[in-house]
Structure formats: structure tokens, C-alpha cells
Design a protein around this ligand. Structure first.
Ligand code: NDP
Length: 241
């Protein structure tokens, strides 16, 4: 029987590429999303991957949602914590709401999703937790104190939990993408892209969502059983952590 993989924010952007690549690799995949029903419906129509709506910032909603996924597909063996948001502002203008929203989604969301699947993984002596952090959690970024703090927190979470999971056959890893060619990037003016962003990237291009997805498929596989607590940097050489 195929393993069950749950991808948060798996209906669009990098998450959609991850969900699709895991399905192609033979997993039974569930993809979650926050509220964009049209995108989720189109994604299901296109890929056959079932989507589930709940807010990863809400612990009880995560417990209920995971329960539903497990009823439909079976125990979650691979969890990809991909859902994430930005609420950028220079620190002197950042509101407590902007800080909280990002911490609740990008950091507490990882706790909220991982905590309910952890006991089952421990019992079955197998699990894969893969969290999509960010280059900006490694190096910081102007106007992203909230995002950088949350994404750096994801890395600390990964390193600590990897130690707890090791003897139970559970690996816990983080991936730190650099600039990835998603919808978010298409809003950046061409001049900024060519004169500011691309010159920072030694390979001279943005990353593709599929390139992150392939890394996830590898970390989820049996071949990656000796890799835990690691932070995989995928940024075209922009920052070598
Ligand atoms: P997108 O904005 O394209 O997609 C985000 C996904 O997460 C959507 O499916 C969205 O659902 C879902 N989501 C957002 N908030 C919540 C929530 N509170 N609860 C449940 N689901 C939620 O993101 P990207 O593909 O650009 O980014 C994916 C991950 O990669 C994020 O963690 C991001 O921080 C990280 N990253 C992205 C980079 C990039 O260049 N794009 C670079 C480095 C890291 P809905 O569709 O309903 O809104």
C-alpha cells in the first residue's frame, strides 16, 4: 500500500509542485489550503489530489483536519509543512498583528501540524517531517523581522525534534529555498528582477518549484533515512549556510 503524505498549502505555488511530485512518486497525497477555494478546486480537477481546507494556525482545526485525512487515506507517514505567509513591513512600522499572523502561521502552524501526527509516527516507527523554511530565516531580510524569526524558528524546531525522532525512525528536516518562480515573483517589476534580484543569485536565475519538490521527494524516501536534523539550502548559491 502506498504511503500517505500530507502537504500543507499544497494546492498552489511550491506546495502544489510538492503534492504533485509526491503523487507521481507513488504516495497517497492530501493537500491542505487556507481559503482559496477556486485554486484548490482547479488543482483537484487537474491532478486528482484531494484538498482539505483549514487554518494551520488553529491547533484544534489541525487535529480535526488530520483526523479527516487519516479517515480518508490512512495514517500520515510524511508531513510536509509548507504553508506560509508574508506580512512585510520595516520593524518601526510593523504592527503586532503582522508579527502575530506570521508567527502563528509559519512557526506555530508547524507545531500545530506536527504535534498531532507525532504519536502515530512514533508508534509505527516511521515518519518524515519536512518543513519549508526560507533563505530569509538563515540570513535575515529587510522588512521581514516576523518572517525571518518564524523561519529561523522552523530550523531550530527541526534540529530539536530530529533528536527526539531519531530512535523512533522519524527523520525531521528543513529545506530553505531562495527565490522561487511562483505567483509571488510575477508581481515584482522586471527592472527590480533584472537589476536587483538576479545579480544576487550566482546561477543567474530563479529556482523552480519542481526543484524544491524533488528535494522533498528525496527527503521523504527510504534512501534518506540517515539524513535528519539537516537544513537543505536550495538557493542557486545566493547564501551558503
Ligand atoms: P503561496 O503563497 O503560493 O501558497 C501558500 C499556500 O499556503 C497556499 O496553498 C495557501 O492556501 C496556504 N496557506 C497560507 N496560509 C495558510 C494557513 N494559515 N493555513 C493553511 N494554509 C495556508 O506560497 P509559496 O508557494 O510561495 O511558498 C510556499 C512555502 O515556501 C512558504 O512556507 C514560503 O514561506 C516558502 N518559501 C517561498 C519562497 C518563494 O520564493 N516563493 C522562498 C522561500 C520560502 P490558499 O491558497 O487558500 O491561500
Amino acid at each position: 500500500m502506498s504511503r500517505v503524505a500530507l502537504v500543507t498549502g499544497g494546492s498552489r505555488g511550491i506546495g502544489a509542485a510538492i503534492s504533485t511530485a509526491l503523487k507521481k512518486a507513488g504516495y497517497s497525497v492530501a493537500a491542505t489550503y487556507a481559503g482559496n477555494d477556486d485554486k484548490a478546486r482547479a488543482f483537484t480537477d487537474e491532478t486528482g489530489i484531494k484538498t482539505y481546507k483549514w487554518n494551520v494556525a488553529d491547533y484544534d482545526a489541525c487535529v480535526d483536519g488530520i483526523h479527516q485525512v487519516e479517515g480518508d487515506l490512512g495514517p500520515v507517514e510524511v508531513l510536509v509543512n509548507n504553508a506560509g505567509i508574508t506580512r512585510d513591513a520595516p520593524f518601526h512600522k510593523m504592527t503586532p498583528e503582522q508579527w502575530k499572523e506570521v508567527m502563528d502561521t509559519n512557526l506555530s502552524g508547524v507545531f500545530n501540524m506536527t504535534h498531532p501526527v507525532w504519536p502515530g509516527m512514533r508508534e509505527r516507527k516511521f515518519g518524515r517531517i519536512i518543513t519549508i523554511s526560507s533563505i530569509n530565516g538563515q540570513k535575515g531580510q529587510f522588512a521581514q523581522t516576523n518572517y525571518a524569526a518564524a523561519k529561523a524558528g522552523d530550523i531550530g524546531f527541526t534540529k530539536a525534534l530530529a533528536q527526539e525522532g531519531a530512535r523512533a525512525g522519524i527523520t525531521v528536516n528543513a529545506i530553505c529555498p531562495g527565490y522561487i518562480n511562483t505567483e509571488m515573483m510575477s508581481t515584482i517589476p522586471e527592472k527590480v528582477m533584472n537589476e536587483v534580484i538576479l545579480p544576487q543569485i550566482p546561477v543567474g536565475r530563479l529556482g523552480e518549484a519542481d526543484e524544491i519538490a524533488r528535494a522533498v521527494v528525496f527527503l521523504a524516501s527510504d534512501d534518506a533515512g540517515f539524513i535528519t536534523g539537516s537544513t537543505l539550502t536550495a538557493n542557486g548559491g545566493q547564501y551558503m549556510a
